[in-house]
Design a protein around this ligand. Structure first.
Ligand code: ASP
Length: 326
């Protein structure tokens, strides 16, 4: 029997064409037309196209990501559906992928894909990436592997993947871990399995959560602003294993005195935040103030996790537990 795949389209460069009047790429390709551009799919699978939106991925919000998760679970509950693909702009694809990874229930493969070149560009990489995503989504080896990002014939885990180049087609990488697998013309090869896939189930998320990137010589001004606003959570991207300048430490302590949860991630592309040092401003020196360490999570992913955890957790202990899972 021909397998059924749901293709949810959201926009991004993959669905854009050059517009002379606008002077650049703008949304121009419908969901149906996008899938029509991949002729090999016709004999391979039965596709149901759902056009969720047609926007650049910088217009996708965490609330939309959570809505997508619910839509995917509804579609995946059809027993005839083998897998789901989502076409998406590459700028925030890793965030949507991670949100779906945390909040979907289905074990069926969910593969996000996009393109670095628009539909009117030379060597549009959209059709090839869609084909690879569909082949990954119907691969039995991908069941239970969580949400993946599939571009350039590489399959990356949502929790590990990041965009590493602003224009190159070989942009997605899972630094220090590598892809889960590869898509070849004749097969999908899965090289390793996800050790653990974290879930945070909640109907809504806390939107008033900010991410601050730490820089050399940074002061506490932005923390003062966030405390004044009364935000519900702050994620900090510190240096190395979670260290910050002394003035930032004071800003963090101010936020903590106002009971604002503060999560420390790293601005480095790989590795854990850890209390290796005990000097003023080190991750270790922030523990007494109750700062939560984000493990290997990037700042943008730690922010999404905090947005969900703030709604899902009944108390501070439960909130912290969500960040203990790696
Ligand atoms: N700016 C585009 C977007 O994220 C980039 C892309 O799709 O590759 O929508």
């Amino acid at each position: 029997m021909v397998k059924k795949v749901i293709a949810i389209t959201t926009g991004g460069t993959i669905a854009m064409k050059y517009d002379k009047a606008a002077g650049g790429l703008i949304p121009a390709v419908s969901g149906e037309d996008l899938l029509e551009a991949v002729p090999p799919l016709k004999d391979m699978v039965q596709i149901e196209v759902v056009e969720y939106s047609n926007v650049p991925s910088g217009h996708i919000t965490p609330r939309m990501m959570l809505e997508l998760a619910k839509l995917i679970d509804i579609k995946a509950s059809d027993k005839d559906v083998a897998g789901i693909i989502v076409t998406h702009g590459t700028d925030t694809i890793e965030e949507t992928a991670y949100m779906l990874d945390l909040s979907t229930h289905t074990k069926k493969p969910i593969c996000l894909t996009g393109a670095m070149r628009g539909a009117s560009d030379m060597s549009w990489d959209g059709p090839g990436n869609i084909l690879a995503a569909v082949r990954t989504a119907i691969s039995p080896a991908m069941i239970g592997q969580g949400v993946t990002v599939v571009l350039n014939n590489q399959i990356h885990a949502a929790s590990e993947v990041t965009k590493t180049h602003s224009v190159n087609t070989d942009t997605f990488a899972s630094p220090w871990w590598g892809p889960l697998g590869y898509v070849y013309d004749d097969c999908v090869v899965v090289k390793r399995h996800r050790a653990k896939q974290q879930k945070i189930y909640t109907d809504s998320l806390e939107e008033d959560v900010y991410l601050l990137k730490v820089t050399a010589g940074m002061d506490g001004f932005l923390f003062d602003c966030l405390v004044k606003k009364g935000v519900k959570g702050i994620v900090v991207e510190g240096f190395g294993c979670g260290n910050v300048p002394p003035a930032v430490k004071r800003g963090i302590e101010l936020a903590r005195r106002h009971d604002i949860p503060v999560v420390m991630a790293t601005r480095v592309i790989a590795g854990r935040v850890a209390p290796v040092y005990s000097y003023e401003g080190s991750a270790g020196s922030l523990i007494p103030a109750g700062v939560i360490l984000a493990g290997e999570s990037s700042g943008q992913k730690a922010r999404l996790k905090l947005m969900l955890a703030l709604k899902a957790a009944e108390n501070d202990t439960e909130l912290r537990a969500y960040f203990k899972e790696r």
